[in-house]
Design a protein around this ligand. Structure first.
Ligand code: SAM
Ligand code: FES
Length: 353
């Protein structure tokens, strides 16, 4: 096996890395190599986006979900979850409130809730785009047919987040019941790309049964898909799930992977996630310093925040959106970056479309 310095040098200059090389980087991680990759990755992000950190206003509009993913606190099998859904008017009002705070991307995220039919979703997308044409609308509402995705796109949705969760079919089957498949999840992602969405994939770090080989396959899957956005964050156990007693993903491993992903996909929009801020009070700042360039504060009404309970001890569930925005602005400026309210499209996507 080649020396770790040779692998990281090649990754930094070409963005290329093989499966064996990823596994080698994972097995031989040291604070020194982690620091080098973080410096190279954050420099690479600055090359394309300067010291800007983009904000997305996240509206968690329903926690009803027809699925039963074993790791997720809002899975349908969790009878302790207090279910809620916002009305169409509340969602549109929430987006307008975010617009007033400066947000130019609104992310609508929810469980797979049958109440929100295609017609209702297209109505919401159209209403937000009608009131705020300069605002990007991102959806994160799970697996749908090609036709449904196309209808959302035609209604004006710009982006879609759908983590692939794990590229390995066997590992996927250990995290999900039999009616959910990695094959369909991946089909959705290629459909989204084909339709023209800026598409986001990703996975949890440290999910139960995850191996270094799985992570290598996840990174190579991302390289193949070439998404405009990648969302990774630590797995965090939730008390009412099958994996209640499992360990959370490790901060340093998430940071290391953020750096590797930035180097593999230089223009990608890469959030420092709320889950990262949950496992470490400085998690989001460290994420930016490792190559991330997006944060996603919560815009949902405070009354429902705690109920969108994917994992235990989630942060920012008690603050108003304006407070979260101010808190993030000062955290980010303290590390030499600046929160900006542009739409923050992927530079490569803009050039190609
Ligand atoms: N229903 C949509 C979907 O399936 O894409 C969006 C909502 S889903 C709750 C959003 C993401 O939360 C999932 O893709 C998963 O990676 C993450 N998630 C769920 N449970 C988690 C946990 N226990 N720890 C960390 N992340 C979790
Ligand atoms: Fe809702 Fe997994 S539990 S999509």
């Amino acid at each position: 096996m080649t020396d770790i310095k040779v692998i990281s040098e090649k990754l930094c200059t070409t963005g290329d890395i093989t499966r064996d090389e990823i596994i080698y980087l994972l097995e031989n991680r040291t604070p020194g190599i982690q620091k080098t990759l973080a410096e190279k990755a954050s420099a690479r992000a600055r090359e394309y986006y300067g010291n800007k950190v983009f904000v997305r206003g996240l509206i968690e509009f329903t926690n009803y979900c027809r699925n039963d993913c074993y790791y997720c606190g809002i899975r349908c099998g969790n009878k302790n979850a207090q279910r809620y859904r916002l009305s169409i008017d509340e969602i549109v009002e929430c987006a307008s409130y975010g617009y007033g705070l400066g947000f130019r991307t609104i992310v609508l995220q929810g469980g797979e809730d049958q109440f929100f039919t295609d017609d209702k979703m297209t109505e919401i997308i159209r209403a937000i785009k009608r009131e705020h044409p300069d605002c990007a609308v991102t959806l994160s509402i799970g697996e749908k047919s090609y036709e449904t995705y196309k209808a959302f796109f035609d209604a004006g949705a710009d982006r879609y987040l759908l983590r692939h969760e794990t590229a390995d079919f066997g590992h996927y089957a250990k995290l999900h019941p039999a009616n959910l498949s990695a094959e369909n999840r991946q089909r959705c992602l290629f459909d989204l790309k084909k339709i023209g969405f800026q598409t986001g994939a990703g996975f949890m770090v440290g999910s139960p049964y995850q191996t270094n080989e799985n992570i290598a396959d996840d990174l190579l899957f991302l390289k193949k898909l070439d998404p405009e956005m990648v969302g990774i964050g630590p797995f965090i156990p939730h008390k009412d799930t099958v994996f209640a007693d499992r360990k959370a993903g490790e901060l340093d491993l998430v940071l290391y992977l953020l750096s590797i992903i930035r180097l593999m996909l230089p223009t990608v929009l890469l959030p420092a996630t709320t889950a990262l801020g949950t496992i470490d009070p400085r998690g989001r700042e460290l994420g930016i310093l490792a190559g991330a360039n997006v944060v996603m504060p919560n815009l949902s009404p405070v009354g429902v925040r705690k109920k969108y309970d994917l994992y235990d001890n989630k942060i920012c569930t008690g603050e108003e959106a304006a407070e979260c925005m101010n808190c993030l602005k000062s955290r980010i400026s303290r590390i030499g970056y600046e929160i900006v309210t542009d739409r923050g499209d992927n530079i490569k996507y803009v050039k190609e479309h």
